[in-house]
Ligand binder design. Structure first.
Ligand SMILES: Cc1cc2nc3c(=O)[nH]c(=O)nc-3n(C[C@H](O)[C@H](O)[C@H](O)COP(=O)(O)O)c2cc1C
Length: 189
């Protein structure tokens, strides 16, 4: 499938601040989530789940981020409050991928976490294939204790990423890529 190879060779993230409407419609969103869930998954545990943010929910989430920031930083500026309140307004659709790994008798937790990473990458690739632009972001709120409760994360859960999805007119230039010669060896005994 030359198109797939081309897409994978060229895919780039678009900085969230440069995303805009339109985002995926309801049907496309369903497809994206189906693709997201089609990742390798040792033990078929589905060790991940999704939280979708769109419409007014994005502003609600932003208000919560602003409140948490105020609690964390008593001497906060108005600019910072505005920045936090507007974070989820950067894209029409944001999908939080939650890694829900657990101690399992056979499947190492590490492998469950890797599967959540694959979910994020599937979302990026699928969004690109649909003609959207996207970015995988964690920023501070993926790790903040005060954000865990509003996201209803259990003790074992972690945010694997917030996948921002929208449209963009710009075609990002390629970035510097690692020198593969330094990273690849061919094993021989
Ligand atoms: C787990 C993870 C978290 C990331 N978090 C951020 C972030 O918070 N802010 C950011 O600017 N880029 C973040 N990135 C990097 C971007 O997703 C992206 O890789 C980068 O912009 C390079 O773009 P590319 O995908 O076109 O190579 C993160 C990447 C990963 C894998």
């Amino acid at each position: 499938m030359p198109d797939t190879i081309e897409l994978l060779l060229k895919r780039r993230s678009t900085v969230a601040a440069n995303l805009k409407d339109p985002g995926p419609d309801a049907e496309q969103l369903k497809t994206l989530l189906r693709i997201a869930a089609r990742v390798p998954d040792h033990g078929k545990l589905a060790p991940w789940r999704f939280i979708v943010f769109q419409g007014v929910a994005r502003a609600d989430f932003g208000r919560m981020l602003a409140d948490v920031t105020k609690r964390n930083t008593p001497e906060i500026t108005d600019e910072r409050i505005e920045l936090e309140a507007a974070r989820f307004m950067r894209a029409p659709v944001i999908i939080a991928v939650i890694s829900s790994s657990e101690i399992h008798p056979k499947i190492p937790q590490w492998e469950q976490v890797l599967s959540a990473g694959a979910v994020c990458q599937n979302l990026l690739v699928a969004a690109s294939a649909m003609g959207y632009a996207a970015q995988w972001i964690t920023e501070w709120y993926a790790y903040d204790e005060g954000v865990r409760a509003p996201l209803k994360l259990t003790e074992d859960e972690k945010v694997a990423g917030f996948i921002y999805i929208g449209s963009s007119d710009e075609i990002p230039e390629d970035r510097r890529r690692p020198n593969l010669d330094e990273l690849i060896t061919y094993w021989s005994d």
